[in-house]
Design a protein around this ligand. Sequence first.
Ligand SMILES: [Zn+2]
Ligand SMILES: [Zn+2]
Length: 448
Amino acid sequence: MRNKTCLPVFLFTFIAATVGAHAQQSLDAMIDRDLASMVATYKTLHAAPELSHHEEKTAAFFANQLRAMGYAVTERIGKYEKAEWTGYGVVAVMKNGAGPTVLVRTELDALPVDEKTGLPYASKVKTKNDLGQDVSVMHACGHDIHITNMLGTAKMLSELKEKWGGTLIILGQPAEETIDGARAMLRDGIYERFPKPDYTIALHDDANLPAGTVGYTPGYTLASSTSVDIKIRGLGGHGSKPDATKDPIVVAAQVVMALQTIVSRENSPFDPAVVTVGSIHGGTRYNIIPDEVNLQLTVRAYKEEVRQKLLAAIERITKGIALAAGIPNDRAPKVKVSETEITAATYNDPQLTERLAAVFVKALGANNVVKVAPAMASEDFGYLSLDQKIPSTDFWLGAVDPARVKESKETGTPLPSLHSALFQPLPEPTLRTGIKAMTSAVLDLMKK
Ligand SMILES: [Zn+2]
Ligand SMILES: [Zn+2]
């Protein structure tokens, strides 16, 4: 009997003492207490990356950790166009009385990159990609930093419940690198099955900013991305007899050059835009004029009307050049805008972004918060804001050893970029800063 009554009393006292201690403890002390275990988690994740659409173990680990912290966790969320892919999305909800609903997102996937950092915890994972080819896998975009950062933030907030009110949603998103994960989760009804957020927040590690700092960009921060396939069809024949052919290689060469005039001559200089031909394939031998040449393009813009204008110009120019070359109508080029390899621009709500920048200044010091210029890179976080209807912001987390940043500035040698086999975040200060910044941001939006 004594034991039975004694144990709950002891437990209650222990929990009460812990909660009381948390209330007094600074966030710094709480993060320091957990940092060694967070770094260990990061290294474990780093050594075990999984490709987009295959984040099974990563998602299960993430879900289990959140469940242990007291979150209501739902797994296997996401419906892709390809029915054979499982959606490994995770949604973890913590309801804590009245207040706003805030969604914080991390990606879960890694890249087909053969890691060359030489770190003791470097990935040695090899697998087959969806085409059946052997590939190495690496967290070369630092999504392992994001996952660990999210777990740290989730833990801090689960222990600081007396300081915030509302509904907190932790979202683990698969397939960011293939830019179809956020849409797959929306298609699976996340905003109907779970509370719809008033704000969405994310961070991304930065391969140029030193660890210990964060960066923010009000307004457009990342561009929309659209993949375009062009098939230029000619009339093939012998390389010695061009007069009997319509040479698609010459047409393709003219098209590649003419496409460069869209941004320089047709687009307003005040609207950033990119048209890149990333792939060109045609022909088999020296002396054969082929029947067709295939091009692959990426098109970047911030505004939707600019994107539409670029796409229309690509089609018009390609078809016009083929026409001028005398290619018959039934062999006109085929210009196909991808419906799946596309993503919306990421727009950081200026008011929310400035508000959180002020929170970061308070938490990290003004010297450690920098305004960063927008980039034409892309990601699919923007979809979660439902066409900018939900105020949203995606901020940068400095991840590089400050000594390496200094050396790079002095020598002019660029640092390894995101997706590089040499990308190497410095775990401890990066995680400390990220967890503090993200926790402070959520506490500000949900403060009692
Ligand atoms: Zn990436
Ligand atoms: Zn990334």
